[in-house]
Design a protein around this ligand. Structure first.
Ligand code: AP5
Length: 234
């Protein structure tokens, strides 16, 4: 990171639409998209020591311990391609992670500039997660009813095959929400207290949520985190 780096934290409960929106925002805003869920899934697929440790937690719908997660993310942020700024997706998930990120950024003279928050009620999260299909090559998300691919079983973006994540099974979905929503709400409070939270209604269509996020981020300007483009409805 350098003092010029922009850091956005995209917040949302599991299934709120972070993975759907983050690549679009990253492209439009010229930022690198970093998703800790994707990083962990790559580590599991490659059977690295980190992947072996993380797999059990992920399969049960639990958070991977802070120590492992923080180290993985901060190491990734130190790589040169993060210099131009990042949008974080799925991190931080606990106040401990949020504080570790704040401290690491402060050491570089940087801070989280905005925390756009995709708000979705719990019942809708269950529906979105249990119908979700992910592409094998790049994790592009689809939904069998809400956002179906043009050709069944094939990713619109890169043509790779679609699969259902292990942690999107109905029993694990509920366990994920039970375990992860309480710490997630504390993270929302952390960014609200810091004056950088921008809440957006995530129940609208994918295109409308994108428009609201971009409008809020662009309207809120680059310098003053208290200048919210959209009122905090959280
Ligand atoms: P991760 O991959 O981050 O999972 P998650 O937060 O549970 O988020 P998801 O990817 O499941 O949901 P999303 O918000 O990206 O929604 P999506 O865009 O896909 O993490 C997986 C696991 O890794 C965790 O459980 C944990 O074990 C571990 N982990 C990761 N980060 C960690 C951390 N920081 N600390 C500790 N552990 C960590 O959308 C969902 C569905 O809805 C899709 O089907 C999509 O097509 C559809 N959809 C999206 N938007 C809309 C819309 N507006 N209208 C209708 N449908 C929509």
């Amino acid at each position: 990171m350098s003092t010029q780096s922009k850091v956005l934290v995209l917040l949302g409960a599991p299934g709120a639409g972070k993975g759907t929106q983050a690549p679009i925002l990253a492209e439009r805003l010229g930022l690198l998209h970093l998703a800790t869920g994707d990083m962990f899934r790559a580590a599991v697929r490659d059977a690295t020591p980190l992947g072996v440790l993380a797999k059990g937690y992920m399969d049960r719908g639990e958070l991977v311990p802070d120590e492992l997660t923080i180290r993985m993310l901060l190491d990734r942020l130190r790589r040169p391609d993060a210099e131009g700024g990042v949008i974080l997706d799925g991190f931080p998930r606990t106040v401990g992670q949020a504080r570790a990120l704040d401290a690491a950024l402060a050491a570089e003279g940087v801070r989280v500039e905005r925390a756009p928050y995709i708000e979705v009620p719990q019942g809708e999260l269950v529906r979105r997660l249990s119908g979700r299909w992910i592409c094998r090559a790049n994790s592009h998300p689809f939904h069998d009813q809400l956002n179906p691919p043009r050709v069944a079983g094939v990713c619109d973006e890169d043509g790779s095959d679609l699969y259902q994540r292990q942690d999107d099974r109905a029993d694990v979905v509920q366990a994920r929400l039970d375990a992860q929503l309480p710490p997630f709400r504390e993270v929302v409070d952390h960014y609200r207290a810091a004056g950088v939270l921008i809440a957006v209604d995530g129940t609208k269509s994918i295109d409308l949520v994108t428009k609201e996020l971009l409008a809020a981020l662009l309207a809120s300007g680059d310098g003053d985190p208290s200048a919210h483009g959209t009122p905090d409805r959280a």
